[in-house]
Design a protein around this ligand. Structure first.
Ligand SMILES: [Zn+2]
Length: 607
């Protein structure tokens, strides 16, 4: 810094410091940068500044802004951070807790859990040892409460696989897929024992859940979908090593949330509720209407003594479980998708560890839209189910004189493009961000476990050398079995699995879309005069091009910008205009707007 500015620097520094004393981010460096830049302006006025000095000052300014930006992003990503400025020295703990419970989303959760709990727990053994160990266990504890049909046992042997056939389980269990998946997983993760869950209450609760899921006879949002999402959560926890990062309570919470996440779904979208001014829309003021209902109605079941499977949880556990469940289920509102993905990407840029509720929410959201990443037979069946559900909503809309929601008109069949779009713009990016998140969380755990395994083997060698029996502990941290279970986690293969299925499904949809176009062309050749046919083809091609262009442009924009609600809103509006204009049913985005991301298309399903 040039000496000429020294005389004006100090008073300005003091002045700026006074003004910015409440901004810890804008500290010493920021103040100095301002002075330096002002000084430089004066030098430039006088024609005294050299290029070198200008460059140096600008570089300094850039570095300060960068760190300011990083700090600010971190603060934005962590709403609680506002409270961290209030130091316990100046404010009593009780007051701080009151502030936290009143002005942050941590309502009522005063007790903070110790984040440094042991990661390697006995339950990991229970789960990873597999179904047979568990079955022995169940026989001795609460066998009398739920007997498994032999066929259901056979299907459940594949519960740890990505393409588990939940439809087969539902058939084998007499339409009780949810009951068996829920019970099976709570047993395998040792939740029932750990939280002293009364099994009779658990079974009454899940029976009522199944009744609620069947209330509206939905082709898609039914108990099989709930079972599917719950089993997918299990796969994600187990195969990616995420189970090692979570506490028993967090595992309980995500399995519970998955099981209830669409409870009493009406088979219609949030937008339909809002448009028809339904009881639920009025009750929840048009905000996350269905999601609010799912979690609220499920918790109402727990109010009944005979269904209160959470009766033995401590007050703190109950409160924490509820916070997590509410957050996760509300985050399945698809209108949160872009904000959720954007926030997670932001988290991944930060050096800090990832917020548990946000990580859990992303897991559940991904599981909820995962069927396009499963093998074709499963994906295709879900597709057909969801389309039928949409069409039924369309029938209702026609009856009520409302315009069709996207993809809800039975006569509209050209939807392959929208399905491909759904995969490209929603499903694949979600899986990508989820995988990055998991890598960030699990990689350090794997390294830690590898180190522990090395230490363990050297200590075992010493034990063996001394002649005593090296009995492996099933509970202790650093035990060789546990280390092995983490070191065998293969994130690369996880990524390969979902990626491969997505690619295959996308290709199948593309092929079908082409096939449909081909068939349509042939029909027209037979039915029309040559001239008519040419006209039609031209029109069709033109429509298709217009549609593709406009949709892809908007989607591309959305994908690159992903800039929160305003952008998404603009895209939605634009797309609505396109839809009105071209009557194109390729509206995956609109359907997404209708808070139904499990969007699919099935050009040829009906054919
Ligand atoms: Zn769902």
């Amino acid at each position: 810094m040039s000496g000429r500015c020294k005389n004006i620097q100090e008073p300005e520094v003091q002045q700026l410091k006074r003004h910015n004393s409440s901004l810890p981010v804008f500290s010493e460096h920021g103040v100095r940068m301002c002075c330096r830049l002002r000084c430089l302006v004066k030098q430039l006025d006088r024609g005294e500044a050299s290029v070198a000095e200008l460059k140096k000052s600008l570089e300094y300014a850039a570095s300060v802004f960068e760190s300011l930006y990083m700090e600010e992003s971190r603060r934005l990503a962590d709403p609680e951070d506002e409270l961290s400025d209030i130091q316990s020295d100046s404010v009593p703990v009780e007051v701080r807790d009151w502030l936290a419970s009143t002005f942050t989303r941590q309502r009522g959760l005063v007790v903070r859990r110790n984040e440094d709990k042991p990661r390697f727990r006995s339950i990991v053994h229970v789960v990873q040892a597999g179904i047979f160990v568990e079955r022995m266990y169940r026989r001795t504890s609460h066998n009398a409460c739920l007997s498994y049909p032999p066929n259901a046992i056979a299907v459940l042997k594949h519960a740890d696989t990505w393409c588990f056939d939940v439809f087969a389980l539902n058939d084998a269990s007499g339409d009780h897929a949810l009951k068996f998946v829920f019970y099976e997983l709570l047993t395998r993760y040792d939740v029932i024992n750990h939280f002293k869950v009364p099994v009779s209450a658990l079974l009454s609760f899940v029976d009522s859940l199944e009744v609620g899921y069947s209330k509206h006879r939905n082709p898609y949002h039914n108990l099989v979908h709930a079972a599917d999402v719950t089993q997918t959560i299990h796969y994600l926890l187990l195969k990616t090593g995420m189970v090692h990062w979570l506490t028993e309570l967090e595992i309980f919470a995500i399995i519970f949330a998955a099981a209830i996440h669409d409870y009493e779904h009406t088979g219609t979208t949030n937008n339909f509720h809002i448009q028809t001014r339904s009881h639920e829309a009025l009750l929840y003021n048009d905000r996350a209407v269905l999601e609010n209902h799912h979690v609220s109605a499920a918790y109402r079941l727990l109010q009944e003594d005979d269904m209160n499977m959470l009766s033995n949880l401590s007050r703190d556990d109950w409160r924490e479980l509820r916070n997590l469940v509410v957050e996760m289920v509300l985050a399945t509102d698809m209108s949160c998708h872009f904000q959720q993905i954007k926030a997670m990407k932001n988290y991944l840029q930060q050096p800090e560890s990832i917020d548990k509720p946000k990580a859990l929410s992303l897991l559940l959201h991904t599981a909820d839209i995962s069927h396009p990443a499963k093998r074709w037979e499963l994906h295709h069946r879900w597709t057909a189910s969801l389309l039928e559900e949409f069409f039924r909503q369309g029938d209702k809309e026609a009856e009520l004189g409302l315009p069709f929601s996207p993809l809800c008109d039975r006569k509209s069949t050209m939807v392959a493009q929208s399905q491909i779009g759904f995969i490209d713009f929603i499903v694949e990016p979600t899986f990508t961000v989820l995988t990055e998140m998991i890598e960030k969380i699990v990689t350090p755990l794997i390294e830690e476990a590898s180190q522990a395994a090395v230490n363990q083997s050297s200590s075992v060698s010493r034990t063996e050398a001394s002649g005593s029996e090296g009995k492996p502990s099933s509970k202790k941290s650093g035990g060789s079995e546990v280390s092995c279970s983490l070191t065998t986690v293969d994130l690369h293969s996880f990524k390969g699995t979902w990626n491969q299925e997505i690619q295959k499904n996308r290709e199948k949809w593309k092929a079908q879309a082409k096939g449909v176009e081909y068939l349509e062309d042939n029909d027209k050749k037979e039915q029309n005069q040559e001239q008519n046919q040419e006209n039609q083809q031209q029109n069709q091609q033109q429509n298709q091009e217009n549609h593709d262009d406009s949709q892809n442009t908007e989607l591309e924009r959305m994908k690159t910008e992903e800039d929160g609600a305003d952008e998404v809103e603009t895209v939605k509006q634009d797309q609505q205009h396109q839809l009105d204009r071209s009557k194109s049913p390729g509206g995956f985005l609109q359907a997404f707007d209708l808070h139904t991301a499990e969007l699919v298309t099935a050009d040829s399903l009906e054919q």
